[in-house]
Design a protein around this ligand. Structure first.
Ligand code: TEU
Length: 542
């Protein structure tokens, strides 16, 4: 079911450039460092490399604040390095996915400098400027009550012109005005510029926020104790989003390029299908936040606690797996990225005796589902995030996802010869690439085996149907992938303890010849009740 496409059969490896590999000893990762590691990436078996933003940027938000769309930040390298990177990837049969941020720029972008310089400037309308709202005492306030995603008001006052500009993120990240035709054309040109250079596609940052409801009405007041409120209802998947995405989709089609859009604060499936439906020509797939922000964020947001429940995880996964299959859409599969702390620590266990088992279990759980897999190298969360004491911060802070790659047990984890820009995780002497590559049973080799399996059985693992098995189990996440008469059962024990799991009726007993992959090297066989060891996971032919 569903049309075949190269990007459905592909897997994507995310690189956070500051933390990947430093080639020049300045403590910050760089593009030549990525080039050094291309054979490593290739050996994992991925198809596409996504690099978080490397454009010229003051790095207020680690490059998600772009100051020049056509220049590379000197800290990361040069345009020449990028060209070498693209050819190095292509020589190895890998594709390059650029991260593109078009909801906002840096306040140091020339467009914004111009826009801010005067109300009469031709770039004024490229950003979103509004007059203050005045209270009965004549005191000025922001034009509405929207909060910024990073705290405080979403509006910043500009003394010189007496107006506010909108910034949904940091005040150094002014939002672009997508109502402005010339601005949109400039962005479309930026996309063509990179596609002409040979990049194979874009990861489009918060792409669903680009169309704001022109009324700029106040957000609903959810917490009267707060001054500013989350206004997503007025800008997430706003009125003209699909019109813009169709233009983007047209450009991507011209180059047979790949697109994945990041889409926070939307969960309506019909709306999401409009973005990714195969007949729509908008985006190939989106990152949805249901799992990463759904199952353990409390009512007060990310840093409030909520015990995650297996039943909730199952209903989210089943919903999207079934929905895309039945409606001709496509899923992006991910648990981690540069904004999410490590799954092993969050929902598994990072105790030394369990962390590798948990990592392999999550790989099996995610990697055999239907969708394009996105991997981000995993390490247990930081053991000591300085200045952060609250447990929920410790558990969920995105800093956990940004510590330098652990290449080896050598000094600075083999990441840099200089002083690393960010503290290296204490685990590096034991958790590092060198100790895993080529070592059978390691999490690295387990991921490689999963990606090989997807390639060896694309009918089942890429195009096959998904069905939940034993939806009621609180401990075991099990599912089947089926294509016509071929079916595979995937079983994952999410607990750090032994769990007895009864094979549901209709499932055939596990025979040794049927096992495709297993995290312990063997599988509890030939019984109706399987004794699953801590974090055990396997897949077998049915
Ligand atoms: O993230 C968008 C987003 O919704 C995040 O702010 C997320 O909610 C938050 O990180 C959870 O901790 C994208 C990028 O991935 C992020 O790194 C950028 O900071 C942000 O856009 C602004 O460009």
């Amino acid at each position: 079911r569903g049309q075949r496409a190269w990007w459905k059969e592909a897997s994507v490896y995310q690189i956070y450039p500051a933390s990947f590999k430093d080639s020049n000893g300045d403590g910050l990762g760089d593009i030549p460092g990525v080039i050094e590691k291309l054979d490593y990436i290739k050996s994992l078996g991925v198809d596409i490399v996504w690099i978080s933003p490397i454009y010229k940027s003051p790095q207020v938000d680690m490059g998600y604040d772009i100051a020049d769309y056509r220049a590379i930040d000197a800290r990361y390298g040069t345009m020449d390095d990028v060209e070498k990177l693209v050819s190095g990837l292509h020589e190895r049969g890998l594709k390059f996915l650029m991260d593109l941020v078009v909801n906002h720029t840096s306040d140091e972008h020339e467009w914004f400098r111009q826009s801010r310089s005067s109300k009469a400037n031709q770039y004024r309308n490229w950003y979103i400027w509004r007059k203050p709202s005045l209270d009965s005492h004549g005191k000025r306030h922001p034009p509405n009550n929207w909060s910024s995603c990073f705290g405080g008001s979403a509006w910043e006052y500009d003394e010189a012109s007496g107006e506010y500009f909108l910034h949904l993120f940091a005040k150094e990240q002014p939002d672009l005005n997508w109502e402005c035709d010339a601005m949109r054309d400039a962005i479309y040109d930026v996309m063509r510029f990179w596609l002409d250079k040979g990049v194979d596609g874009f990861r489009m940052d918060v792409i669903n926020l680009i169309s704001k409801d022109p009324s700029f009405a106040d957000a609903n007041v959810t917490d009267p104790g707060q001054q500013y409120h989350h206004g997503a209802q007025h800008y997430a998947n706003g009125p003209r989003l699909h019109e813009y995405l169709k233009v983007i989709g047209g450009i991507m089609n011209d180059y047979d390029a790949f697109s994945v859009g990041e889409m926070p604060w939307v969960s309506d499936s019909a709306e999401i299908l409009k973005c990714v439906g195969s007949d729509r020509n908008e985006l190939n797939m989106i990152f949805n936040f249901d799992i990463v922000e759904g199952i353990d964020h409390g009512d007060g947001g990310k840093f409030t606690s909520k015990q995650w429940e297996m039943s909730e995880l199952k209903s989210i996964v089943a919903k999207w797996q079934r929905f895309m299959y039945e409606n001709g859409g496509w899923n992006a599969l991910y648990l981690e990225n540069h904004d999410q702390s490590r799954t092993v620590s969050r929902w598994g266990s990072d105790k030394p005796e369990y962390r590798q088992l948990a990592a392999k279990m999550f790989a099996t759980f995610l990697g055999l589902q239907s969708g394009t897999v996105f991997l981000c190298e995993t390490r247990p969360n930081e053991t000591e995030l300085k200045a952060i004491t609250k447990a929920q911060y410790h558990l969920k802070s995105r800093d956990n996802a940004r510590t330098p790659m652990q290449w080896s047990p050598d000094s600075n984890a083999g990441f840099s010869d200089g002083q690393p820009w960010f503290r290296i995780n204490d685990t590096y002497t034991e958790c590092n690439a060198e100790s895993q590559v080529g070592v059978s049973g390691s999490p690295f080799e387990h991921w490689a085996a999963i990606l090989r399996l997807r390639k060896a059985m694309p009918d089942v693992f890429v195009y096959g149907d998904f069905q939940m098995v034993d939806a009621d189990s609180e401990d075991v996440f099990a599912y089947t992938r089926t294509f016509i008469n071929d079916s595979v059962l995937v079983v994952c024990n999410f607990r750090a303890s032994t769990v007895n799991w009864t094979l549901p009726s209709g499932m055939s007993r596990v025979q040794s010849g049927d096992v495709l992959i297993s995290t312990y090297g063997d599988v509890p066989m030939d019984r109706n009740v399987l004794r699953l060891r801590p974090f055990e996971a396997f897949a077998c032919v049915q």
